[in-house]
Design a protein around this ligand. Structure first.
Ligand code: MRU
Length: 360
């Protein structure tokens, strides 16, 4: 998608096998690109959220495995690196999914053939993510068009939480992909952007990327969504997911659950957009998802822009804070899951059908 009018992806590579990511901790006040040259650098990038968003983390994890092979192509060393990469962030399942894909591809291969193979697989994972997110956009667009048909000529108001746009993926995004496709179709779209304390992915990233694409958006504080829904100012909610269990429970950025409750109470469709790489087919309950607990300093401080640099400033009298980074929205609050394979109900039977399609 566009950055200052130029098309970009969040991860780029060149013929010298240089891996470059956009540094999300610098956005929106500064656009900086970061070279990942070691496994350690890739792990730090994931941990410190220089790259974030489930599919983007998965793509970087796939390239982190390439760096691991470069550093030491022996199986023992690869296994050790895989462990460190998986330990960076616990909730988004794409991370372990990408690492496991690399392990499965590399295990029965001679050491000297591993680099080329892992490089190709990482590239494939990125391409598949782009294709999946684009397809999610097409399926989601059809749902937006249905809503648009009920209010011809009027603006369609969509509420989103956190950042599930192209910055959270390789390109297109998950929840924002249908919005970009709707814009291309000429539909009048307006997006309510939850600021998403404490890391403010909405304020810093979603508002930024929507504006870069020329999409009308309004920032709201995290508590405003319920009121907007009650007063008829939201037509649908569209969010992403970090891990969806095989019974349709959706784990996403903290605060998603409250939006789903408010949507249910106000008969507003609550859609979750996700590539199937985000589905944890093993877990049957959201209660089993490890919820990342991040540092209290993220809650006790607020990040402010000082001359193009984000700086942490204290904003509370409190000395302790809790910082669960994700919550689980039960399946019964989810209107449907928008995937690259189509739109599926959030329940065990529908997801089994989706799994059968994926396994074919
Ligand atoms: O902590 P983050 O910023 O990595 O969390 C990201 C989210 O929760 C997104 O909504 C999620 O990954 C869906 S993304 C395409």
């Amino acid at each position: 998608m566009l950055l200052n009018g130029v098309s970009h992806r969040t991860i780029t590579v060149d013929s010298q096998q240089t891996i470059t990511i956009i540094d999300q901790t610098r956005l929106p006040f500064s656009i900086e690109w970061l070279k990942l040259e070691t496994v350690d650098a890739a792990c730090i990038a994931i941990k410190t959220m220089q790259v974030r968003g489930a599919p983007a983390i998965g793509a970087v994890a796939a390239y982190a495995m390439v760096l691991a092979v470069k550093e030491d192509a022996s199986w023992q060393a690869i296994l050790q690196a895989a462990q460190s990469i998986k330990a960076t962030r616990p909730t988004a399942v794409n991370l372990a999914w990408a690492v496991d894909k690399q392990l499965a591809a590399l295990c029965d291969v001679e050491d000297d053939l591993r680099l080329e193979l892992s490089w190709q697989l990482a590239a494939d994972i990125c391409e598949e993510d782009v294709a999946a997110c684009s397809a999610i956009g097409d399926y989601g667009l059809a749902l937006i068009e249905k809503i648009a048909a009920q209010k011809p000529g009027q603006t369609i108001n969509i509420l989103t939480h956190c950042n599930a746009g192209w910055l959270a993926t390789v390109d297109w995004g998950t929840a924002l992909s249908p919005i970009y496709k709707a814009q291309q179709k000429g539909l009048p779209i307006h997006v309510w952007v939850d600021e998403t304390r404490p890391r403010n992915q909405g304020a810093l990233l979603t508002a930024f990327e929507l504006s870069q694409q020329g999409i009308n958006n309004t920032l709201i504080c995290d508590n405003a969504g319920g009121h907007l829904m009650q007063t008829g100012q939201v037509d649908l909610c569209l969010v992403g997911s970090d891990r969806t269990t095989s019974n349709g429970n959706v784990c996403n950025k903290i605060g998603t659950y409250l939006k789903a409750l408010a949507a249910k109470d106000n008969n507003i469709p609550f859609y979750v957009a996700l590539p199937t790489s985000t589905i944890d087919w093993i877990l049957h309950s959201g209660n089993d998802i490890p919820i990342e607990e991040r540092d209290a300093s993220e809650v006790l401080n607020v990040m402010v822009n000082v001359d193009g640099e984000l700086q942490a400033l204290p904003m509370s009298a409190a000395t302790q804070a809790a910082n669960p980074a994700f919550d689980v929205t039960p399946a019964h609050l989810v209107t449907a899951l928008i995937t690259e394979k189509g739109v599926y109900a959030a329940n065990t039977e529908a997801l089994q059908r989706l799994k059968d399609v994926c396994d074919k």
